[in-house]
Ligand binder design. Structure first.
Ligand code: NAI
Length: 695
């Protein structure tokens, strides 16, 4: 049963009951329709209270029905709302906790709405590239007015119910602590005989000079929406609430909703929404796997990463101790943390009190005994196996039994690191991205012997510190950096063949990347890649690399931190200025290796960079390093600035069609450095079966 039916005197109470948030799935809709009809048919019932069990009135559409025909199976949400609105007895929505999307649209179909304070009220469909498709764009302006409704529909941002008290959305917002159901029943009894029944659809939206306001909104929203069509469609449909009669407005809304459902942008947003949820599930680690408690943490190394990692714990209210070898490095690290918090306070994003509270949760020490009792320790020392070995031996000796020993290594073999200890089951990789206090991605690296409870704890921790955790197996570079290496290899080959950094960056940024490979390398530090290439040259000398990046590093041009990299930089300015010196060096290098430079199109640049990611991603998937294609997409969306409206590299490849992708890869396999384009067997297999990575 996904709606409960009880009677109190002459009031029927219909309670949506579909945990966790009373999503309006088919069974719930059917049960609600039946319950309303039953109440209507019962002569002893004079009014109906509609509410939600547990944690919500209703969170809206049931995401388990996404992309399934069930969403369109009768009774649809439209039908349910129509049944409520056409009911001959008054229906009172009793709202608490959450009324979002379809949940709010359902409430708007009721004759009355009463609420507790603190309920989150929103129409968030725009965040999935959609618009409210069950009357929300027509009914909300009728109770909140054009301007406020438009803001809510275009932004999707929740507003607490008490802020909407006094509007026609709510007939009453009760004081905190009120027994909602009892108060709603009282209210229902009071209005039981009132006729005609008030209906939101019968209200008019008054807005003098609405044309000018709508035009202004169009202009503003167009400028802010970037590649996404939904926000502007939201403006158009909300505008229809003023310019069209209700039924016509509803029809228009339906039509625009169905149109948006088919757009690649909405498909990409829905994919990413589902991908984020899927990422926290690991098939052999069930949701009820016990987790270890994390009430205190330690970080080893107060460098670039260590400080940012420590901030994550402090932000989540978990005390953290940073261990360093030198007082100077410790002082510097702690000062950077303080500065970061000050900057956030100066931007008005944090109160000085909260910042102080967080800073006070972070302690520094040079004595390893001070971290021994921490529930988790994350190592963020130099990327060198020798250093990792001595640190993990030390941690094994000092940390209390049951503590989780994590490494932030970006490339080193976690299984070897685990083997330095007597407790490999407690060792896990937690790979943060720079700046660690900002970037959403956390690669959770599962070693050969990592305990299931340790992995489950890593996943729970990622939620607690508000990261997107994605599980990766052990390989050089894990998911993200292993793919990035192929992407960068192509970027460097392109320089040899005729492109310049600003052209490559420009083309891929036009495709939608937050930053092209050269601006990104200048930000991260070109020396990191140099170091890795030197190691690779010893480990895998057969892999061909362009020497261009090495030539750059030989000149000490490590990027923003040295004031010069692929681009020139001016003091106090992060803008990248094309560098004549670097461009001359690139052109000369082509001549030195006997290559005639040619004009390279932006389309070729995008294909080579993106398909390099896709091909390596397919290998990673095939090897089981990533659990699912959507995990790879999450890594690229949250850690590497891949354009959200394209849904991640694997989803993008699916949308291009894998046989098209494969044809292009084969074409490049016949060109210079063709060996870098050996098609991934999985790509060949799926393409021949006419399938995609995501099914
Ligand atoms: P860093 O050089 O900025 O900081 C390393 C810190 O560790 C230094 O302050 C050093 O004094 C300290 N340290 C060295 N040995 C120590 C020991 N035995 N005990 C205590 N402290 C010790 O390095 P960074 O960039 O923070 O990198 C740290 C780790 O994070 C590396 O494994 C790196 O691969 C990884 N990483 C780095 C990223 C980046 O963008 N910089 C991104 C993701 C991971």
């Amino acid at each position: 049963m996904s709606a409960d039916y009880t009677v109190q005197g002459s009031v029927a109470v219909v309670t949506l009951n579909n945990p966790p948030v009373n999503g309006l799935g088919l069974a719930t809709r059917s049960a609600a329709v039946d319950a309303i009809r039953k109440a209507e048919a019962d002569p002893a019932i004079k009014a109906i209270v509609l509410t939600g069990a547990g944690k919500a009135f209703s969170g809206g559409a049931d995401i388990r029905e996404f992309n399934s025909p069930r969403a369109l199976t009768e009774p649809t949400l439209h039908t349910l709302i129509r049944v409520v609105e056409d009911c001959s007895k008054p229906v009172v929505a009793a709202i608490h906790s959450v009324a979002m999307g379809g949940g709010l649209e359902l409430a708007l179909g009721c004759n009355y709405r009463v609420a507790l304070p603190g309920a989150q009220i929103a129409l968030p469909e725009v965040k999935l590239g959609l618009l409210p498709g069950a009357g929300g764009t027509q009914r909300l302006p009728r109770v909140l007015g054009l301007e406020m409704a438009l803001n809510m529909v275009v932004s999707g941002t929740p507003i607490p119910s008490e802020k909407l008290a006094g509007t026609a959305l709510f007939d009453e917002v009760f004081p905190t602590g009120t027994d909602l159901i009892a108060a709603a029943i009282d209210f229902a009894n009071k209005v039981a005989d009132t006729r005609p029944l008030p209906k939101v659809r019968d209200r008019k939206v008054d807005y003098p000079n609405h044309e000018a306001f709508i035009q202004f909104s169009r202009n503003t929203v167009k400028a802010m929406a970037g590649p996404f069509p939904a926000p502007l469609e939201c403006v158009e449909t909300v505008a229809a609430s003023v310019t069209k009669p209700f039924e016509e407005g509803l029809k228009f809304e339906r039509e625009r909703f169905l149109h948006l459902m088919q757009t690649p942008e909405s498909k990409a947003l829905r994919h990413s929404f589902m991908a984020e949820r899927a990422a926290s599930k690991v098939p052999d680690v069930p949701a009820d796997t016990p987790v270890r408690k994390i009430e205190s943490a330690a970080v080893v190394g107060a460098g670039t990463m260590g400080g940012g990692i420590a901030m994550n714990f402090a932000n989540a209210g978990i005390p953290v101790t940073i261990l360093e070898t030198k007082q100077e490095a410790l002082d510097k690290g702690l000062a950077t943390i303080r500065k970061n918090y000050e900057n956030t306070v100066n931007k008005g994003k944090l109160t000085p009190e909260k910042a102080e509270q967080r800073v006070s949760l972070i302690k520094g020490t040079l004595a390893d005994a001070d971290i021994a009792q921490a529930d988790i320790v994350i190592e963020a020392v130099f990327e060198d196996m020798g250093v990792k070995q001595s640190v993990f031996r030390q941690l094994d000796a000092v940390m209390k039994p049951g503590a989780i020993l994590a490494s932030n290594t970006s490339t080193l073999d976690l299984n070897r690191i685990a083997a330095f200890t007597q407790r490999p089951q407690d060792v896990i990789g937690l790979h943060f991205f720079s700046p660690a206090n900002v970037m959403k991605l956390l690669e959770i690296v599962r070693g050969r012997e990592t305990g299931k409870d340790v992995l489950a704890t890593g996943l729970a921790l990622s939620k607690k510190i508000k990261k997107t955790g994605v599980v990766s197996g052990v390989c050089d570079g894990f998911i993200g950096n292993r793919m990035l290496e192929q992407y960068l290899r192509q970027a460097f080959f392109l320089l040899e063949e005729g492109a310049l950094p600003e052209q490559v960056d420009g083309a891929i940024e036009k495709f939608g990347f937050a930053m092209g490979p050269f601006r990104m390398s200048d930000l991260a530090g070109n020396d990191i890649g140099w170091y890795i290439r030197k190691r690779r040259a010893i480990e895998s000398p057969e892999i061909a690399y362009s020497k261009t990046a090495d030539l750059l590093c030989e000149q000490g041009r490590f990027g923003q931190k040295t004031g010069a990299g692929w681009y020139d930089y001016k003091a106090g300015d992060r803008k990248a200025y094309p560098s004549q010196l670097v461009n001359d060096m690139i052109v000369k290098h082509s001549a030195d290796i006997g290559l005639e430079r040619r004009a390279i199109s932006d389309a070729e640049i995008v294909e080579r960079l993106v398909y390099a990611l896709v091909n390596e991603g397919a290998k990673i998937l095939d090897e089981g390093i990533a659990l699912r294609a959507s995990d790879i997409d999450m890594v690229y969306l949250t850690g590497y600035g891949f354009p959200l409206h394209r849904g991640g590299p694997m989803f993008y490849a699916d949308s291009v069609g894998l046989s098209n992708v494969l044809d292009t890869i084969r074409k490049y396999a016949r060109s210079r450095h063709g060996e870098s384009w050996t098609p991934a067997p999985l790509l060949e297999r799926l393409a021949s079966e006419g399938k995609g990575f995501n099914g």
